[in-house]
Design a protein around this ligand. Structure first.
Ligand SMILES: [Mg+2]
Length: 279
């Protein structure tokens, strides 16, 4: 049997909460796909656990087998509806922060008044998250943040994305190895999947590390043009264009949100798509 490890972002990837329309059958077909026995579903999202659970109910999304929450800093395995955190993952990413606490990192970054700390529910031991106005001098601020963190000896990744509806920038400071890319690679190896059995789907900035990597990825059609360009040029630079699929509009369900994800599965794992009679 062909196995598929389908790792997908949630907001504006399988949740149709963007400005583009969703095909009325898209999510139903997505649920059918996820019900296939050979498919292991992983949500990979910036949301924390409660917000993932809420989204599953409100948007009638399929229950996942695993959920990577808080932009890659936590992994949960779902066992008969019970969410169990995989602590081995936190142990693995902890070393990047060299024993520094969330509080200590926060203090070190207080020098920049434009960085406004996000709500408490969006923070955890390994995730320091800020709002940053879109008008701010990003390049300058990121360089200064990186400099501060380097001085502390912390090995961090800065992940930038835009909350389109709210028109505000989101900056996540994460352990270097807590990105969506690293977490998918960890799960792939942990669960024993081959490279060609893994598919990722996403739409925005914090999905880029995966979209430009050798992991087979689909960018949904509702992604912003800027993200599409960055994904394409990044994949070219990394020699990974064969692993990036851009969802097209000319598909029976269109290419937005879950329909784009279905297209990606059809493209990278046609035998799985065929079972759903997708075309
Ligand atoms: Mg998204």
């Amino acid at each position: 049997m062909n196995k598929v490890l389908l790792c997908t972002d949630m907001d504006r990837t399988v949740i149709p909460n963007g400005r583009q329309p969703e095909h009325p059958d898209a999510r139903q077909r997505f649920r059918q796909l996820c019900a296939l026995e050979e498919l292991c579903l992983v949500y990979v999202t910036g949301r924390h656990r409660q917000l993932v659970q809420q989204a599953i109910v409100s948007w009638q999304l399929p229950q996942p087998d695993y959920a990577v929450t808080d932009v890659g800093t936590k992994i949960y395995r779902l066992v008969r509806g019970e969410w169990r955190e995989m602590l081995s993952w936190q142990k693995q990413i902890a070393s990047d922060w060299r024993g520094k606490t969330h509080e200590e990192l926060q203090q070190a970054l207080q020098f920049c008044p434009e960085l406004v700390l996000q709500e408490r529910s969006r923070q955890n031991n390994f995730k320091l998250s800020y709002y940053l106005p879109l008008s701010a001098n990003r390049e300058h601020i990121f360089a200064a943040v990186e400099n501060q963190l380097t001085q502390l000896g912390v090995d961090a990744s800065l992940i930038w994305s835009i909350d389109e509806p709210e028109q505000i920038g989101l900056l996540d400071v994460l352990p270097r190895h807590a990105t969506k890319l690293h977490v998918i690679e960890f799960l792939q190896h942990h669960l024993g999947y081959e490279h060609h059995e893994v598919i990722f789907a996403g739409d925005s900035g914090n999905d880029l590390p995966v979209l430009v990597s050798p992991i087979q990825s689909v960018l949904v059609a509702n992604a912003e043009p800027e993200v599409r360009q960055q994904a394409q040029s990044g994949a070219r630079k990394n020699g990974c264009t064969h692993a990036l699929y851009l969802a097209q509009e000319n598909f029976s369900l269109g290419g937005n949100y879950a329909a784009g994800v279905l297209q990606g599965v059809l493209f990278f794992a046609p035998q799985t798509g065929t079972q759903l009679k997708l075309s």
